[in-house]
Design a protein around this ligand. Structure first.
Ligand SMILES: [Zn+2]
Ligand SMILES: [Zn+2]
Length: 828
């Protein structure tokens, strides 16, 4: 499977750049409508500032400007051979105008090349035009190449495009052709040199490779889009930004002014040798519908419109239409199940919609997917950090006022939530499978309460510890026999079976997940969560994890990533251990993000557990995390013979993508180990702000008793989790019952005019959800909008059709079933 990397920083840079030019265009528009427009434009502070910043470039002759355009392909990915700071060879070595062919490390500030790291090697490429392109580079004693010079070219390539945009802005504001000349010269020069740009394979931690400049896909040994000509990734080979500048210059610039400097008909040359050539290279790759694809569709449509080539526009639209069906779950999630990638994909699809001037109202599925982006957040505005999601992606101050529960049954994720303002609580559980950018985290929970992410999932990183962050052992779930969960595929999915879900009660929200597909060896791997809302800011979670299969079961719980805080146990755990890596486990430490080892024979994930202390328990004990603003106490009702551990492990988030800082920030974690084939881990998690508030937790026969005070009065809650049922009764005057199951056969699925209705074999009472039990054991849960006797009206498109015993999903992962479809409803 391909590993898709998401380059947020680059995307951000590009977006900022587009945003800036948008703002400048806006200013221009406003002034044009004014009375003395020309005067105002020229005198505006923005225009003056832009003029000042461009002064050094403006001082150059047009010939010197032309020489700023790199004549050969640059290279993006390069690390620092001196300090090895940063991560994934990206944004480590910097360049700015005036540095020539030198680059500087952002971390240790060393400038390259130098006497210690000289250009000691050379690569010569003869381009199609016959031009010799010389790449000087440094090769270290291990044979790793550092293309400092080519990296400076790449940075200059980016910079000179930005300069061209700024000159276009100035021309539009002042109508002074001297500015447009500079933009036109840059564009024209690109059109001259682009056909000679070698196709390259430019990838972190891998050697830079070159292919002939006129060679299109395929490239030996490379996946589609990995050979690139314009940018570092083939998806971005259509120069949309340059096309936009060309389009703006077309509105009044006299191209004859380029006849001497570039050539006669420079404008046509830009179209044929830059824009169309870029399209030809990108479009030659096979269509594989990834999260990067919509960006390319936008480029095809937008550039196609600019150069008036309907072939390009049609190509982009055709791919766009197929994309929606190929890559989304029925509940609107992008198949990779990572919020960052979902948002990226939806954002780029939005750009396609705008470029093609489509009407979103005619695309209900697009709206559903857009809603997911808005809903998959924690109360503080952070993107729900499941799978490869950047945990720092959030808009400060853009949190939610109220948390409501969300169920995404097709993806395999549920968020139980309640509360308003500072009392919001969100408990997330994930079983999203492995369809790219996934973590091996079936059954793992995230708990947000008291204004913070008390139980975290690290999220995404490009640092060398990435292998640890995606491993089961970095998640709040159970590890069997010290090995990671199985890796799933479309053919053999590793997801989960939702057995029960209920978010309709004011006091109790509950979920029952069979996550056993996670481990082939597991007979049982089941987590039941009961979130009890006693009063605003008084919530607790009953957490029962049953496991059977394998010899040892390690139940993990990790505290906050943002703050290490203080962790205290109620029992002695003072035996110091140097490591928890089993004898067979590998003790190597990873060198980069690709050093991933789920089974642990080379890089065992337990080598990230440091300062380990252990103890034993035969029953009740607590672990309490205290932070500056919040805390969490876990009351554990452990089985006899449970070993307990506490440790520190890298929290990753705070290191801000710098490999050299990964060991500076830790989080406190605990682990319970139970051996003997069958385990039952029962805990009650109690979030608090300043002080703990639960008085006692204990078990009496089949019941869990939780005692606390509300308004000075003692309250006793009794929770019963036996027999596949959940009941809670509180002395505060309320009770909850999960209902009585009723099972039968689904006789048909009617679909008409955007409405979906299941025909059952018997009448049922009013329910909020229906569980569908597919042949082979898969389950899916659907919200019900109304019950009319035997007709169960669904709120939404279930994502499948049913005809003559054939059940077929038209949404990802396009599963087909044959046989009887059963349903289960829980009547209360
Ligand atoms: Zn450095
Ligand atoms: Zn994770």
């Amino acid at each position: 499977m391909l590993h898709w990397m998401y380059h947020l920083k680059i995307v951000n840079q590009m977006m900022n750049y587009r945003k800036i030019s948008f703002i400048l265009s806006l200013i221009t528009l406003i002034f044009i409508n004014g009375v003395s427009a020309r005067q105002a434009r020229e005198d505006s502070p923005q225009v003056a500032a832009l003029k000042r910043s461009l002064e050094p470039v403006m001082a150059l002759s047009l010939k010197e400007i032309v020489a700023l355009v790199p004549e050969a392909s640059g290279s993006t990915y390069i690390g620092c051979p001196n300090c090895r700071g940063g991560a994934q060879d990206l944004n480590v070595l910097t360049w700015e105008y005036g540095m020539g062919e030198k680059v500087q490390c952002r971390f240790c500030k060393m400038t390259f090349p130098n006497a210690t790291f000289p250009n000691n090697k050379q690569k010569v490429i003869v381009a199609p035009s016959g031009t010799k392109q010389v790449y000087n580079y440094y090769e270290d004693p291990q044979g790793k190449a550092y293309y400092f010079e080519a990296h400076a070219w790449y940075e200059r390539w980016k910079w000179v495009q930005k300069v061209a945009a700024q000159f276009t802005d100035l021309w539009e504001a002042t109508k002074d052709p001297a500015y447009a000349d500079r933009a036109a010269a840059i564009l024209g020069r690109f059109a001259q040199v682009f056909p000679d740009y070698a196709v390259r394979f430019d990838y972190p931690s891998r050697p830079l490779q070159f292919f002939a400049a006129n060679q299109k896909w395929p490239y030996e040994g490379l996946q589609p889009y990995r050979g690139s000509k314009w940018n570092w990734w083939g998806y971005s080979d259509i120069p949309l930004d340059m096309a936009r500048l060309y389009d703006r210059l077309q509105k009044g610039y006299d191209w004859k002014r380029m006849d001497q400097l570039i050539q006669v008909k420079t404008d046509q040359k830009i179209v044929s040798d830059l824009l169309l050539k870029g399209y030809d290279h990108a479009a030659a790759n096979p269509e594989i519908y990834t999260n990067m694809s919509p960006g390319m569709y936008e480029d095809m449509i937008a550039v196609g419109k600019i150069v008036k080539d309907p072939r390009m526009v049609d190509d982009g639209l055709k791919r766009f239409n197929a994309f929606i069906e190929v890559g989304f779950f029925a509940d609107g999630w992008w198949k990779e199940g990572a919020t960052s990638y979902h948002n990226q994909t939806i954002g780029n699809l939005g750009n396609v919609v705008r470029a093609a001037e489509l009407d979103p109202a005619t695309m209900p599925f697009y709206k559903k997917a857009t809603d997911v982006s808005k809903q998959a957040i924690l109360p503080n505005g952070r993107k729900l950090p499941i799978n490869d999601t950047w945990a720092y992606e959030r808009t400060p101050g853009k949190g939610t006022d109220q948390t409501v529960s969300r169920l995404w049954p097709a993806l395999g994720n549920a968020l139980l939530g309640t509360g308003t303002g500072k009392d919001q609580i969100a408990l997330n559980i994930n079983w999203s499978g492995n369809y790219g950018h996934s973590h091996y985290d079936n059954g793992s929970i995230i708990l947000y309460a008291s204004g913070e992410e008390l139980l975290s999932d690290i999220g995404y990183t490009h640092t060398k510890y990435r292998g640890a962050t995606i491993h089961t052992a970095a998640h709040n779930t159970v590890v069997i026999d010290q090995k990671g969960q199985d890796a799933g595929t479309v053919e053999k999915p590793v997801t989960g079976r939702l057995k029960y879900y209920d978010d309709t009660d004011e006091h109790v929200k509950t979920i029952d997940l069979d996550a056993s597909p996670a481990y082939e060896i597991a007979k049982t791997y089941r987590r039941r969560l009961v979130m009890v809302h006693a009063a605003p800011g008084r919530d607790y979670v009953v957490d029962l994890f049953d496991v059977e299969g394998g010899a040892s079961h390690d139940w993990f719980l990790y505290g906050m990533c943002e703050e290490e805080g203080d962790l205290k146990f109620s029992i002695a755990a003072d035996k110091k251990l140097s490591t928890l890596v089993p004898e067979w486990g590998g003790n190597k430490m990873p060198k980069n993000q690709y050093d991933v080892d789920l089974k642990g024979t080379r890089f065992h994930s337990y080598s990230f557990l440091r300062d380990i202390q252990s103890g034993n328990t035969n029953g009740y004990w607590t672990a309490t995390w205290r932070y500056a603003q919040s805390g969490l106490r876990s009351h554990n009702l452990s089985q006899t013979g449970t070993e307990v551990y506490r440790f520190r492990s890298p929290s990753i988030r705070m290191a801000e993508e710098d490999n050299n800082k990964l060991d500076n920030y830790m989080r406190n974690g605990i682990m319970q180990r139970h051996n003997g084939g069958k385990s039952s881990f029962l805990s009650i998690h109690e979030p608090f702000t300043k002080d703990t508030w639960i008085d006692s937790v204990y078990r009496r026969e089949d019941e869990i008793i939780v005692k606390y005070k509300l308004n000075g009065k003692q309250v006793v809650d009794k929770i019963n989790l036996s027999d596949n049922k959940v009941s809670v009764s509180s002395s505060a005057g309320w009770s909850y019952n999960s209902g009585t199951p009723r099972t039968g056969i689904v006789e048909g699925l009617d679909q008409a005019a955007g409405k979906w209705s299941l025909k059952l074999d018997q009448a049922v009472t009013k329910v909020a959800y229906v569980r569908l039990d597919f042949p082979g054991g898969d389950t899916h849960y659907y919200p019900v909008s109304a019950v009319e006797g035997r007709q169960l009206k669904l709120k939404d498109d279930p994502g499948f059709t049913m005809k003559n015993g054939q059940i077929k999903y038209h949404t990802f992962p396009h599963t087909k079933y044959e046989g009887i479809l059963r349903y289960t409803v829980f009547e209360k």
